[in-house]
Design a protein around this ligand. Structure first.
Ligand code: CP3
Length: 353
């Protein structure tokens, strides 16, 4: 199946495009009324993820509404710990929680790598269903959490502000933490390779909490495991290169090290200037980002000005995938996304002439 729109894959490869490709982290989600309707119909978030037809329906919703250059699999990073038996559940308004958090060396020792086909086969069914329905319209992105980010949820048992349990384990029992991260790196590698075999045409690793670590701890407990994953991924499938994007929220100061990991692109949040990032890494990898999602609460004029500033910061030439610097807020007015994309599609061609 030939791709009708390959801007996203071309930009990741540093190739010429007619305009800057764009997708949004969390583009399928609660800010869209049609998503809220599908979720109400499904009953729960996990029911949506586990039903391939429904997961496909919500994956396509943002593409029906907006001119986006990639689809992202509708699922969650916490499917892996769920498959490891931690009992994922969502309490309304409180975010994800685990019934059985992992707090001790004995609890870590009792864990094993999930059987991807048996325990996460529903994700691969969603991937192949989405690929079939996309019919080559845009590429499909698969994803996973980074080992460190998954470990934070597994040890804390929920979202956290201070990470005292997981960092307590890291400093008190580094060998236990390494054992857990190693297990997760194997699980993530198997999981992403299964997504690629099922049809994911690029993959992104979300390291949402890597930026909470010290510089040496980031290297040792987050980046090292992402590097290991990158080395183990299928990089050529169906006659195409499969690009890997690493996104460490708040990781701008480690850009050079992330870019040297073997990935194809680095995702940046808004705290790093794109132009500065480009000057630091040159053509080594592509850059993805990095509009502050809160810009989407401003007027169309202010949104346009920030889009213009972001494009100008990266500057003329190739290797930029436009995105938000983090997931879109559930409170975003959908029409402001239209204003954002209209501005981008109007202003970005000038940067590729
Ligand atoms: O980007 C997409 O459209 C694909 C789907 C996707 C979801 N979660 C759907 C989702 C992706 C890529 C994720 C990644 C994810 N999940 C991350 C990494 C990215 C980031 O934002 O840093 C993290 C940390 C999670 C964990 C998670 N899942 C949280 C913290 C929450 C609840 C809080 C929140 O923002 O909603 C979820 C639930 C979740 N995952 C929802 C969606 C659409 C909302 C569930 C609902 O419908 O109530």
């Amino acid at each position: 199946m030939a791709l009708k729109n390959d801007r996203f894959l071309r930009a990741l490869a540093g190739q010429r495009v007619d305009r800057t490709p764009v997708w949004m982290m969390r583009q399928a989600g609660r800010y869209l009324p049609e998503y809220r309707a599908s979720r109400a119909h499904a009953g729960s978030f996990m029911d949506l993820c586990q039903n391939a037809e429904l997961a496909c329906e919500v994956t396509l919703q943002p593409l029906e509404r907006y001119e986006l250059d990639a689809a992202i699999l509708f699922s969650d990073i916490l499917t892996i710990p769920d498959a490891m038996g931690l009992g994922l559940y969502f309490e309304t308004g409180e975010g994800p929680k685990f019934r059985k958090p992992v707090r001790s060396a004995a609890e870590v020792a009792a864990l094993s790598v999930p059987d991807i086909e048996r325990d996460l086969g529903y994700v691969m069914n969603a991937v192949s269903t989405i690929r079939r329905e996309l019919n080559g319209r845009v590429p499909l992105i698969g994803f996973s959490g980074s080992p460190w980010t998954l470990a934070t949820y597994m040890v804390e048992g929920a979202s956290s502000k201070d990470f005292r349990h997981v960092k307590g384990m890291l400093y008190a029992e580094p060998q236990t933490m390494h054992h857990l991260l190693d297990l997760l790196a194997t699980a993530v590698t198997d999981y992403l390779n299964a997504q690629i075999r099922a049809g994911a045409q690029a993959v992104q690793i979300f390291d949402t909490w890597g930026g909470t670590l010290s510089t040496p701890a980031y290297r040792e407990f987050s980046l090292a495991y992402m590097e290991k994953i990158v080395k183990g991924l299928i990089r050529e499938h169906d006659g195409r290169h499969v690009p890997v994007i690493l996104f460490t929220k708040n990781g701008g100061q480690w850009l050079e090290q992330i870019a040297a990991s073997g990935c194809d692109a680095v995702g940046l949040d808004w705290t790093t200037e794109l132009g500065n990032a480009r000057a630091r890494i040159g053509h080594q990898v592509a850059l993805q980002g990095n509009l502050d999602p809160n810009v989407l609460f401003a007027s169309p004029q202010a949104i346009r000005a920030e889009v213009a500033r972001t494009l100008a910061s990266f500057g003329h030439g190739e290797g930029h995938v436009f995105n938000l610097g983090h997931g879109i807020s559930q409170f975003t007015p959908p029409e402001n996304v239209t204003a954002f994309l209209e501005a981008l599609h109007e202003l970005s061609p000038a940067y590729h002439q």
